[in-house]
Design a protein around this ligand. Structure first.
Ligand SMILES: *Cc1c(COP(=O)(O)O)cnc(C)c1O
Length: 361
């Protein structure tokens, strides 16, 4: 069975370093757990590292963390009208951009004798979620009339759909909206959540962060990189996750198939490069387990291709044998699929122990 080994100590370390870095300018963090299926041990490592909120796009993941005893302020990143009642029951804060959904949240908050907190998402150019700036005043005005909701803050999301880079211009525009709305409605917006792992370059180069006081980070905590150019953030661990798969066949074979070439298992006509006879190995790992295109070998293995259940690799430098184990690093997409696959065993390596449990052990 393929397995993914997860270093909780590295994840905790990344969360701590990022909390300290962003904390220097008064920015708190939400640790985003959606790529790891809301794995409770990972959420706990993020919390030990200093994140102030745990955020996920799926209610089921948040329920899983709560059931496992994770204690945090839980934030739902994607809010659906049909889930309004469950959202009010399960999470503390949800991200929102539709007034109809807010009416329903308020209705169920009343029914459950709660005050549900919301963060209003603003469209700043990336064209995923968000209220258009021109509609913001009217949106806030209507929201303030819903008695069982509390506006916890405002936020925006960039670099996800449109690939728009967070920069001084759009971050300052968000800050200006905050100033304007606070004045217009005589309110304090609280959490100003400026973005995600793509905000690193902006943060490092910005003269001032303006009103931004929060970021929602998944990938940079989990994989140690920012997401504008996928550059490693200095000091962070990039190998908190390693995927292991077993070699089930290893032979010298030709590099060109013989016979008429038709469509492969996924409907593509494959193209091959002739490198003569070479050492090839087949791994017990396939596209039903993981998005293979996002795997990277740490032993200069080359991935030649994959089907549902097999991945074919070649190595110039290493003699692969049946039963050998091969390990890979994963990009965000591969991490997401591997953590979601029931076929991949998740092996948690311990977090940093504190002094007393160290002694006890
Ligand atoms: C997924 C998500 C994030 C986290 O993005 P990363 O690039 O992993 O940091 C932040 N905000 C929202 C709304 C998201 O959906």
């Amino acid at each position: 069975m393929p397995r993914i080994e997860i270093s909780l100590a590295k994840i905790q370390d990344n969360a701590r370093i990022l909390s300290e870095l962003y904390g220097q300018q008064g920015i708190s963090l939400m640790g985003v757990t959606k790529a790891v299926l809301g794995e409770p041990a990972i959420a706990a490592a993020m919390i030990r590292g200093g994140v102030e909120f745990i955020a996920d796009s799926r209610l089921e993941n948040i329920q899983r963390m709560k059931a496992a005893g994770v204690i945090a302020q839980f934030v739902l990143l994607r809010t659906a009208l049909s889930q309004a009642e469950a959202i009010v029951e399960v999470v503390d804060i949800s991200l929102n951009s539709e007034i109809e959904t807010l009416r329903s949240l308020s209705y169920y908050a009343k029914a459950h004798n709660k005050r549900h907190q919301i963060i209003v998402m603003v469209e700043m150019g990336d064209l995923r979620e968000g209220v258009l700036p021109a509609d913001l005043s009217s949106f806030i005005h209507q929201t303030l009339s819903l008695p069982h909701l509390k506006i916890a803050g405002i936020g925006c999301n960039l670099a996800c759909y449109g690939g728009v880079r967070p920069d001084d211009r759009n971050m300052r525009a968000l800050s200006e909206q905050v100033d304007r709305l606070e004045k217009e409605f005589q309110i304090n917006l609280g959490v100003i959540s400026g973005g995600n792992s793509a905000n690193y370059e902006w943060y490092k180069t910005a003269q001032a962060v303006g009103r931004i006081n929060n970021l929602r980070l998944g990938e940079s905590i989990l994989l140690g990189c920012e997401t504008v150019g996928r550059k490693i953030i200095p000091g962070l661990h990039t190998r908190a996750f390693q995927l292991f798969a077993e070699v089930i066949e290893a032979k010298i074979k030709p590099s060109l198939p013989s016979g008429d070439i038709c469509q492969d298992a996924f409907g593509h006509i494959p193209v091959f490069q002739d490198r003569g006879l070479h050492q090839r190995a087949i791994l017990a790992l396939g596209r039903q387990d993981v998005s293979v295109s996002g795997l990277k070998s740490n032993n200069s293995l080359e991935i030649l291709g994959s089907s549902s259940d097999h991945t074919i690799v070649t190595s110039k430098h290493r003699n692969l044998r049946v039963g050998d184990e091969i390990n890979f690093s994963l990009d965000y997409g591969s991490l997401l699929t591997a953590m979601t696959s029931p076929f991949i065993e998740k092996v948690m390596q311990p977090g940093l122990l504190n002094f007393h449990s160290d002694m006890a052990a």
